[in-house]
Design a protein around this ligand. Sequence first.
Ligand code: TRP
Length: 465
Amino acid sequence: MAIERGNFSTRIGFILAAAGSAVGLGNIWKFPFEVGEGGGAAFVVMYLAFCFILCFPVLVAEIAIGRKTQKNAVGAFAALGFKNWSVIGYLGLVSGVLILSFYNVVAAWAFGYFVEMVTGNFGIGNEFGEFTSDWITVGLYSIIFMSATAFIVAKGVSGGIERAAKILMPTLFVMILCLIVYALTLPNAFDGVKFYLVPDFSKITGDVVYSALGQAFFSLSLGMGALITYGSYVSKNDNIVKSAAQITLVDVGVAVLAGFMIFPLVFSQGIQTDGGPGLIFVTLPGVFESLGSMLGVVVGSLFFLLLSFAALTSTISLLEVPTAYMVDEHKIKRSKATWIVALIIFAAGVPSMLSYGAVESLGQFVKLPGIENPLPFLDFVGLIANDTFLPLGGFLISVFTAYIWKKENFNAELASGDSSIKGSWLQTYVDIAISYICPVILGIIFLVTVLDNFLGIKILSLILG
Ligand code: TRP
C-alpha cells in the first residue's frame, strides 16, 4: 500500500517538499502587504508569536496524523476509527480548492511579470491594474500555471514534487539575500527597516490579530490537511517534531527576509505601505530598472521566475490534497484524478481572475458588515478560506488530536520514529499546547473573527480599545 501511494525518499526530501509547500506567494507576496496594511512591526510580532506558539504544535499534529494513518486528509480520520471527524478533512478539501482557485491567479501574475521582465518592460510596475485587467493574458498564464502544477502532481510524490523543491528553493533564498543587500544601500531604506522592526502596539486591532493568524496558517500551509497528506508519505523513522520545527523556521525565515527586501524599497521609492495585493508588483520593477537595462533584465526576470517556482511548489501541495483524496477514497487513477481536479479548480478561479479590473462588479463583490470597503471576489475567497476556514481547521485538528485520538496515541506516534523526543522540552511544549493553548486561543479567535467580519460585532477592538 505504502509503495503504491509513493513515499518521500529521504528525510531532507520531505523537509524540502514541506518547506516548498510553505514557502510561496504567502511569504513574498502576501506577508509584506499584510505587514504594510497591519501597521508594520506590530503585525510582525503577532505573526511570529502565532507561528511559534499556536501553529507549530498543529503542524506536528497534522504530520503525525498523516504518518500514523498513511492516508489522505479525509481518510486519515476514518483510519484512526473516527469516521465522523472526517468532516475536518472535507473542510480541508473545500479550503484547498478555494485557496488554489485564487492562488493560481496570483501565481499567473507573477509568471506574467517574469515575461514582462524578460522583454525589459519595467514600466509594468506603474501599470499593475492594467496588467491584471487584461483577462486574456492573465487567463493564458493561469492555464499554463495550473497545467504545470497538474503535470507534476500527476507524476507522483518523489519523482515530481521532491525533485523540483530541492533545486529551486535554495536559489530563491540566495536571490532574496542579494536583493536585501542592494535595497539597504538605497536612500531612506532605514525608514523602511524602522517601520518593519519597531512595533507601535497601539496599531494592534481586531483586524490585525486575525489577519496575522490567518497569515501564519496560510504561510505554513496549515489547517486543511496538506500536511496530513504530505505526512502520509513520511518515513516511520523520522523525528516529526524536529522536522516540523525546521519547516517552521525556514518558512518564517523567508517571510521575515522578504520584509527586509520590500520595506526599504517601499520607503526609498516613497510608496504607500498599505498598497494591498499590488505591493510587490508595484515596487519591484522600478528597482530592477535602476540596475540598468542589462542587469535589470537578468535580475528582474530571474526574480519573478523563482517566485513562480516558489508558487509552483505551493500549488503542488494544494492540488495534492484533493488528488490524494480521489486516489485513496474513490480509487481513481492518479493522472486522471489530477487533471479532473485541476480543471474544476481552474474554473472556480475564473471569478477571482476577473475581479482585478476585468469585471467591475466582481471587483467590489461584497460588502461585509465588519469590513470597511467592499471586497473584490479574490479577496473575499481569501477571507473565507484563508482567514476563517484555516484557523477553524487548526482548532478542530488540535481538539481532535488531544481529546479524540488522545494524547497518549499522539505522543506514541511522535516517539515511534525517534525515541529521544520523549520528555524533551519541545515535546512537552507540543503536549501542553495541543491540549490547552491551541484549542482555547484558536477557538476564541475563530468566534471573534466570525462575529467581527460577518456580523460587524467588534469584540476584540472593544477590548483593545
Ligand atoms: N503556504 C503557501 C504560501 O505561503 C500556500 C499554501 C500551499 C497553502 N499549500 C497550502 C496554504 C495549504 C494553506 C494550506 O504561499
